[in-house]
Write a protein that binds this ligand. Structure first.
Ligand code: GLC
Ligand code: GLC
Length: 814
């Protein structure tokens, strides 16, 4: 069942009922000011950091779900309704939510009145603008009242949920005409306030939640709205809100627009006050901001700017194939989601509360793979930020805080895959841009500038950390965990509440990871290539020799007969082997070893991938392991803490499905690679939205596996490495346009019936217009490449020529 449809021409997903299985959200903001906004106008807003500078309040555990947002109540006679349906849930005569790229538009109709709210965060400004348009579609004059409503968060979202004895006495407001200022804590150490305004004379306001709602009521039935008149309340302590009342007359057919602005303003310390004695805040900067959106024309211009920004970004990779679902995912939604993961990492979604995790070291490095072609400059900065948190011995803080950019000592280090992801991200950046100067950037260890060395040296330490931390089988020590956070082989936690991530030693001498070994083969080679670029042939040779050793160790002790072993536990017992009672086969080493090329020439790769198909495949995607753990295994940790079929315990962990799909392209099986791609790809499962439940335009972290009662149900949408990896898979391996250090390589691996396709790829400023013909319907293989009319001989890499603006490439598969 569907709850909407894709409007490809407008790059929008159109939701046609408010009663989606779960809130279906969008993100507004590209720089420092962000809002999450659901299809019923729920959500919240923050500046830079979802924990520390939260503007509006949101209750994650609320019932009914998703109450809390930026609402407009319309009182038309005795009927009170909202254009986005919530919070009154008054049945609408029609409803539509259009989630676009960086904006959302809600249109509701009731009793001949149409209300449309368009919300977005303008480029380079710290505010969210909503244009509310009311149209009288009836034959009679209408006299209606509109009440806006936002509830302020008292800045620190964590404290805001806990510290009631203090915060219920802190709230302070100012009102100036129709503009409401939230200035809690401004009197002391804060130099910032929030503002909510409307560009029209108001008929009243409220800033006290209790006055607005009335005792024992909720946002579903505010007393003020019921009575039809604001009380002009000034919040003092308790819970401050902003509500403006507009009384509006509409002739038949008449339309009126109102512009609401929710903004964040910072003042320099010496310009804090307009009147310090009276504690009146300096509103100059707020006035300037509001003036920028005083009219509908201003708003439309800002929206046009935003759309142009996105069109230009997305233009860097555009495919035109016979498969409209591939086109819409590649050209719009997958790249969009990659940008959202760039902005949010794993901090703020409807599953990540915004007060928990900072930026993950491995997560952020992998996210880079998906957006480096879109915003290379910001990717460069991100790489240096991440590398600056690395320890001198090459290991890494598992997380860092976006506001301070410092490593988070609560979680510490010991996730032994982390160092290698830094090589992955840096290599992707250098291949994309050709900018080797990044390798010379003096980069601190542990944010200590006195310990700065060139970035290249960080990569060497990453590489060496793995090469020098090996266990009894010459495989890498796993530490607290590798990519699978829940495979905690040194943890042995027996008491509730202990964190699997930090309990126990950070590393034991025995537990080893075959997955990290596969990574080492892949990123060890990429490290060697970077060494060559720097002219260090000796270091490249040394690296390749280490990679050879690792390759041999995988074949010797990492192969189980039909598939790759997952790990060795603290007793040197195999994990992910046919010898195990449960958890006999894991997806990660199959995908990663094969995509690294391990076992390809020996014929093991094909065997491993056949085992994946036989043992792990479901119609909703490939499961992470089988058989599921049915009881808690002390020696394995969190992986066995989940009920069978969920998350890391035999869920379909979408993130590593593309690894297997890429692995299939490595051995040339385009049909199977694409089949795997489609199973978790949102556009292909749109029509089972009642089962899948999360948004049909973005990836989720996890889909329940075959063992789960709710098989096929997704959770944790938006902030997942799945976005980056599926984009890498479809753009670089299936469609096959891969950036190398010397030029673009074109080597597609597609299903036999995929047909011809064209694409445009901007690489180092040059637009490559690639046209792929597949006359015999082969799955892989290129028989001819013609570049600007000349045949390319002996290579599939189109050499990069900086002086060209456009390059025409014809590729014939066969
Ligand atoms: C979560 C984490 C990621 C980890 C994955 C598997 O998505 O963000 O870092 O690799 O789970 O455990
Ligand atoms: C839990 C989750 C895992 C995630 C980790 C992040 O272990 O199961 O997916 O990576 O938390 O802290």
């Amino acid at each position: 069942m569907k709850f909407g449809y894709f409007d490809d021409a407008n790059k929008e997903y159109v939701i046609t009922t408010p009663k989606t299985p779960l809130p279906w959200i969008n993100y507004l903001g590209c720089n420092e000011f962000f809002s999450l906004i659901s299809n019923t106008q729920g959500g919240y807003t923050f500046y830079k950091d979802a924990k520390l500078l939260r503007l509006t309040r949101y209750r994650y555990n609320n019932v009914p779900t998703d109450m809390g947002g930026k609402y407009f109540y319309i009182k038309d006679g005795e009927t009170v309704w909202n254009p986005g349906w919530q919070p009154t849930q008054t049945e609408l005569d029609s409803y539509e939510c259009r989630h676009g790229i960086g904006y959302s538009r809600f249109t509701g109709k009731k009793n001949g009145l149409k209300a449309s709210a368009l919300a977005f965060v303008p480029m380079n400004d710290n505010c969210e603008v909503t244009q509310l348009t009311l149209t009288n579609e009836s034959n009679e004059a209408k006299s209606v009242k509109v009440f806006s409503y936002v509830e302020w968060c008292l800045w620190n979202a964590d404290d805001d949920m806990k510290n009631f004895q203090r915060l219920l006495s802190c709230g302070e407001m100012e009102v100036e005409g129709g503009t409401i200022y939230h200035k809690t804590e401004y009197r002391e150490r804060r130099n910032h306030y929030a503002v909510y305004s409307v560009n029209a004379p108001i008929a009243g306001f409220d800033t006290s939640r209790d006055e607005f709602l009335g005792a024992y009521r909720s946002a579903a039935n505010p007393e003020v709205v019921e009575k039809g008149q604001c009380t002009n309340s000034m919040a003092s302590g308790w819970s401050p809100i902003a509500c403006q009342q507009l009384n509006i007359e509409l002739a038949p057919g008449e339309s009126k627009d109102f512009v609401f602005v929710l903004g964040y303003v910072e003042n320099p310390q010496d310009e804090k006050w307009e009147d310090a004695a009276m504690q009146v805040i300096n509103k100059k900067r707020a006035h300037e901001m509001l003036a920028r959106y005083a009219t509908v024309a201003d708003v439309q211009k800002a929206l046009t700017n935003l759309k142009e920004y996105w069109a230009e970004l997305l233009s860097k990779y555009q495919v035109n194939s016979k498969d409209e679902k591939v086109n819409r995912m590649v050209n719009v939604w997958n790249q969009y989601q990659c940008m959202v993961t760039f902005n949010m990492s794993r901090s703020a979604s409807y599953y990540e509360s915004g007060i928990g995790r900072g930026m993950g070291f491995r997560d952020s490095c992998q996210d880079l793979l998906g957006f480096v072609h879109l915003i290379p400059d910001r990717a460069r900065e991100r790489i240096i930020d991440i590398a600056s948190t690395q320890f001198e011995d090459g290991s890494a803080y598992h997380q860092y805080q976006p506001l301070t950019k410092k490593g988070n000592s609560d979680i510490g280090s010991g996730f032994n895959d982390d160092p290698l992801w830094l090589i992955a991200g840096t290599s992707a950046y250098v291949r994309e841009t050709g900018d080797t100067s990044i390798l010379d950037v003096m980069t601190p260890f542990d944010n200590d500038a006195s310990k700065a060395t060139p970035l290249m040296n960080h990569l060497k330490r990453s590489f060496d950390y793995i090469a020098t931390h090996k266990g009894p089988h010459d495989l890498p020590l796993i530490g607290r965990a590798d990519w699978n956070d829940c495979l905690n082989l040194n943890c042995f936690s027996e008491h509730p509440g202990e964190s699997f991530q930090t309990f126990g030693p950070s590393e034991g001498p025995v537990a080893e990871s075959v997955f990290i070994a596969g990574m080492f083969v892949k990123y060890g080679e990429e490290y060697a290539q970077l060494c060559e670029l720097k002219g260090d042939a000796a270091e490249a040779a040394r690296a390749r020799a280490e990679v050879e050793k690792m390759y041999a160790a995988i074949l010797k002790d990492g192969w189980d007969g039909e598939w790759f072993v997952r790990a060795y536990d603290a007793f040197s017992h195999k994990v992910g082997s046919k010898e195990c009672e449960e958890g006999q086969i894991f997806i990660e080493p199959q995908g990663f070893c094969v995509l690294a090329g391990v076992g390809v020439k020996e014929g093991l790769a094909e065997k491993a991938l056949n085992s994946v198909k036989e043992k792990l495949d479901t119609k909703y995607g490939v499961m992470i392991l089988q058989p599921a753990y049915t009881k808690y295994h002390l020696e394995l940790g969190e992986v066995s803490s989940y009920p069978p079929g969920y998350k890391e315990n035999a869920g379909i962990f979408c993130h590593n499905n593309p690894w297997v799909s890429i692995a299939e392209t490595v051995i040339g099986r385009g049909d199977r690679a694409f089949e795997i791609y489609k199973k978790t790809c949102p556009a292909y499962i749109e029509d089972i939205s009642e089962i899948h439940r999360t948004e049909p335009y973005v990836y989720s972290q996890m889909v329940a596996g075959a063992d789960a009662p709710r098989h096929g149900e997704a959770k944790n949408s938006w902030l997942t490495g799945t976005a980056a990896w599926t984009f890498v898979n479809v753009s670089q391996y299936i469609l096959g346009v891969y950036p190398t250090h010397t030029g673009l390589q074109v080597n597609p691996c597609v299903p036999s019936g995929f047909g011809d396709f064209d694409l445009v790829r901007t690489y180092r400023g040059v637009n490559y217009h690639v046209s792929v013909k597949n006359p015999n319907g082969v799955q892989k293989g290129v028989s001819k490449i013609i570049v600007d009319g000349k045949e390319l001989v002996g290579t599939s890499i189109i050499p990069y020529e900086a002086d060209k603006k456009d390059v025409n490439v014809e590729v014939v598969m066969g």
